[in-house]
Write a protein that binds this ligand. Structure first.
Ligand SMILES: [Zn+2]
Length: 301
C-alpha cells in the first residue's frame, strides 16, 4: 500500500494520474536551465523526463488519525465539463477504484479538506448522479478556508454577471457549490482544528486563501502543502513560482518559509503533485535544497 506513518497517524496516497505533464518552462517559467542541469542527478528521471517535461501526479492524501479520516485535495474528477483542458474533459480516471484499493469507501471519509479551490483540487468533491452533481462523500464535512471560498465565490458571481467564462474551468459551480447546497460545507478560519494535532494554517499566494493542513502525532510532523510546491525543481530556488501562482511575491515568500521550516528537520511534506511517493523531506544541498522521497512502507496492522 502507498502509505506512511506519521506518529500514530497513517497517511495514504490515492493517485488519479501520474506521468509527464507539461514542459518545465511552461510549469515553472523562471527555472534556470543551468541550475536544473546541475541537479539532474536527483531530478531525472523521476521528476523531469528526457524531453524536459515535469513528471507530476494528481493525487489525494488520506490522513487517518484513528478518530477521523481526512481526505486532502480531490483531484480533477470524472465527467467534468472542461473543454479548455482536454486532459480533464469528461474523463473517467478510475480514482474511486484507487480509493477502494487503499481500503476506503466514500462513506469512510469524515472530512474533505481542499488546500485551495483550483479545478484539480476539488473534482472528486462531487460526482454525477442522475444528471446532477452531488457530494461524493455522503457523511463528510467539507472544510473550505473561508477566505478562499469568499474569493472564488466573488469571482464566480462576477463572471456570471458579466457573461464571462466561469473561473477555474467551472469547477466552483460543479464541485464546490453543490457541497454547500447539500449542507455539507464548513467555512474554516485560520487555525481551524479538526482534532488535537490536526489544524489548518494560512499559506496565501498560490491563491488568496490557500491553506496547509498540519498534522502532529507522537513527535512526528507532516504538512499537506497543496500547490505551494508543484515540483521538486522549485527546491533549487523557492523564488521560482509555478505559472498558476496568482500573487507572485506572496507565493514565493510562502514557499520559502515552508522550505526553510521543513529543511533538515523531521517534518514531512505531502505536496499535491509530487510523483512517486506519499511524501518526503527537504534537505539542504549546496546553495539550495533537494527532495528526498520518504519510502513508503506497510503500516503495522
Ligand atoms: Zn494543483
Amino acid at each position: 500500500m502507498d502509505s506512511l506513518c506519521l506518529g500514530s497517524f497513517l497517511v495514504r496516497r490515492v493517485v488519479e494520474t501520474e506521468g509527464p505533464f507539461a514542459p518545465l518552462d511552461f510549469i515553472v517559467p523562471q527555472a534556470d536551465a543551468a541550475r536544473v542541469e546541475a541537479a539532474a542527478h536527483w531530478l531525472r528521471p523521476g521528476y523531469l523526463d528526457a524531453a524536459n517535461r515535469v513528471v507530476m501526479s494528481f493525487q489525494s492524501h488520506v490522513l487517518d488519525t484513528g478518530r477521523h479520516r481526512i481526505l486532502v485535495d480531490a483531484c480533477v474528477g470524472d465527467d467534468k465539463e472542461r473543454p479548455l483542458r482536454p486532459g480533464w474533459h469528461r474523463q473517467r480516471f478510475g480514482w474511486l477504484q484507487a480509493l477502494a484499493a487503499a481500503g476506503l469507501r466514500p462513506e469512510d471519509i469524515d472530512f474533505v479538506c481542499c488546500t485551495h479551490l483550483h479545478a484539480d483540487h476539488v473534482g472528486w468533491n462531487t460526482c454525477l448522479r442522475d444528471g446532477r452533481w452531488v457530494p461524493t462523500f455522503p457523511r463528510a464535512k467539507y472544510v473550505f478556508a473561508r477566505r478562499e471560498y469568499a474569493h472564488w465565490e466573488a469571482e464566480h458571481r462576477a463572471a456570471l454577471a458579466q457573461g464571462r467564462p466561469a473561473p477555474n474551468h467551472g469547477s466552483f459551480a460543479d464541485s464546490v457549490l453543490p457541497v454547500v447546497d447539500a449542507g455539507q460545507a464548513v467555512m474554516a478560519d485560520d487555525g481551524h482544528a479538526f482534532e488535537d494535532g490536526v489544524w489548518l494554517e494560512p499559506a496565501p499566494g498560490h491563491t488568496p486563501g490557500t491553506v496547509t493542513l498540519q498534522a502532529r502525532s507522537d513527535g512526528a510532523h507532516g504538512i499537506f502543502c497543496g500547490d505551494i510546491l508543484h515540483t521538486p525543481v522549485q527546491l533549487l530556488d523557492p523564488g521560482w513560482n509555478s505559472r498558476f501562482c496568482e500573487d507572485a511575491a506572496l507565493a514565493a515568500a510562502t514557499r520559502r518559509r515552508l522550505v526553510e521550516r521543513a529543511a533538515d528537520s523531521a517534518t514531512l511534506l505531502m505536496p499535491a503533485h509530487f510523483p512517486g511517493a506519499v511524501g518526503g523531506r527537504v534537505v539542504t544541498d549546496g546553495g539550495g535544497w533537494r527532495w528526498e522521497a520518504e519510502q513508503s512502507h506497510r503500516a503495522p496492522t
